[in-house]
Design a binder for this molecule. Structure first.
Ligand SMILES: [Zn+2]
Length: 66
């Protein structure tokens, strides 16, 4: 985890967001399709909101840093 130059009690994590909205958070597959706001995984058939998919992936990447 990278430390900010500002003093804060809120932890800061720098997260790579590459493929965050295109990678399945259920099976990590990148064989996915996004139509309008729906994310679909072609490997495990998971369907989810596209924005929430990106949020889940970024959140899980930031918790993996700790
Ligand atoms: Zn999947």
């Amino acid at each position: 985890m990278e430390k900010s130059k500002y003093r804060s009690r809120i932890p800061l994590a720098i997260v790579n967001e590459v493929l965050a909205s295109k990678q399945c958070w259920g099976c990590n597959s990148t064989k996915t399709a996004v139509r309008k706001s729906i994310f679909k995984c072609r490997d495990c058939a998971l369907e989810y909101n596209r924005d929430l998919t990106g949020s889940v992936n970024i959140g899980s990447r930031s918790s993996a840093i700790r």
